[in-house]
Ligand binder design. Structure first.
Ligand code: SF4
Length: 395
């Protein structure tokens, strides 16, 4: 059932895989991977905008006004910032674009999940999702254009990595998703679970986390922010040393190195033991339990023996398990597990005293698996201006 990755559509990832994937990204971005060109408003902190406006001979208090308009009041254009001089508004609009993306696709699921496809000025595209659940409104955002990891079951892995997203592009996704909530509602949670490996774009991801968390930014509590990684032990330790209270989610997906390497090409040079050690370090430094994400693939990794081996791993760390029944992706041979297999897996874990939950799949009637919408759209010509959510959602 598992494809030979050498012959699969992501075979190019295998050959492109750096000898030491982690060290090549150790300073957040590979020298061979392009960043976007140009900066926008969302790349700025109050400090850096202060410096820019000082060079324009503008008073310091303008920075607070602008940040309040954007993050607190949800302004979508400088023209709306009525307490700024017209000349400054014009200059900002000309030299520091507020929104750099265009929403080129918006899908709404029957369960209320929204998915946006954004197009950046260089025609790169990225996805972000709003997942409403009662009072909770979660934005799922991407950190890279495409993904270098190449998990064999994932749509994002099919095209490889195109480029890193800048801090501003990561933050802008969260702001775009917030616009979908309407004027009276705010985002409650952010998950870095969209396209890409966040820890392979470390500095931009960290910058985005700090802005999303800041009082002057989106003001979302650190404990409501989750970073999901396929597992780069050095970067996990580095993140632990930041001493943030964010949740770390490790995408394990297999309880043995052998099976994991078949499913995740990047797992070739890292063992589960090294990852668990890094997770233990994360817990020691932050006091935060690590969540193990486990995608259940029908007939692949969903048997009782797998659940038992997973329980052994969890007993070696402070962690909990999220089980995610797979959403089939067009063109890939992996199956959704049966309900019976999911229940059996869950009760085996619970029988071993593992704190485990099944995460309900959302948006099954749209291109909900990460990368699906982008992949579908990339086979069509890009049409800018289909819709702009700058003025809020069009339901
Ligand atoms: S599952 Fe995540 S890490 Fe794996 S290829 Fe997809 S986006 Fe990348």
């Amino acid at each position: 059932m598992i494809r030979d990755p050498e012959n699969g559509p992501q075979a190019s990832h295998i050959t492109q895989l750096p000898r030491d994937a982690e060290s090549s990204f150790a300073d957040s971005d590979s020298p061979t991977v392009a960043l976007s060109t140009g900066a926008g408003f969302f790349d700025h902190t109050p400090q850096s905008l202060r410096e820019l406006l000082a060079s324009w001979k503008e008073p310091r208090f303008r920075v607070d006004q602008i940040f309040t308009w954007v993050y607190r009041d949800g302004a979508v254009e400088y023209g709306a910032m009525s307490n700024l001089p017209a000349k400054l508004r014009e200059r900002l609009a000309g030299e520091l674009p507020l929104f750099r993306s265009e929403v080129i696709q918006k899908q709404r699921s029957n369960d209320g999940t929204f998915k946006l496809l954004l197009c950046w000025p260089d025609a790169a595209t990225s996805e972000c999702v709003l997942i409403p659940d009662g009072e909770r409104r979660t934005a799922c955002i991407s950190t890279q254009v495409g993904c270098p990891v190449g998990c064999v079951f994932c749509a994002s892995g099919l095209g490889g990595l195109q480029r890193q997203l800048s801090p501003g592009e990561i933050i802008e996704q969260a702001v775009r998703v917030r616009q979908l909530c309407g004027s009276n509602a705010r985002l409650s949670n952010i998950v870095f679970m969209g396209l890409g490996e966040p820890l392979a774009n470390y500095r931009a991801t960290l910058h985005a986390i700090r802005t999303i968390n800041a009082d002057w930014g989106l003001g979302i509590g650190a404990r409501k922010i989750t970073v999901s990684t396929v597992g780069l032990p050095l970067q996990i330790r580095r993140l632990a040393d930041e001493k943030l209270q964010i949740t770390l989610a490790l995408s394990l997906h297999a309880p043995t190195d052998e099976l994991r390497r078949k499913l995740i090409p990047w797992a070739e040079r890292v063992t589960i033991e090294e990852l668990i050690e890094a997770c233990r370090y994360y817990f020691e430094q932050t006091g935060r339990e690590v969540t193990l994400e486990y995608i259940l693939l029908g007939g692949e990794n969903d048997q009782t023996g797998h659940a038992d081996a997973l329980a052994d791993i969890v007993h070696n760390m402070r962690g909990n398990v999220n089980l995610i029944p797979y959403n089939p992706v067009e063109g890939l041979p992996y199956l959704r597990p049966t309900d019976e297999a999911v229940n059996r897996f869950l009760s085996t874990l619970k029988g071993r005293s593992v704190n485990a939950h099944v995460r309900n799949s959302r948006g099954l009637d749209i291109d909900s698996a990460c990368g699906q919408l982008r992949r579908r759209e990339s086979s069509k010509p890009v049409t800018l201006g289909i819709s702009s959510l700058a003025n809020g959602p069009t339901k």
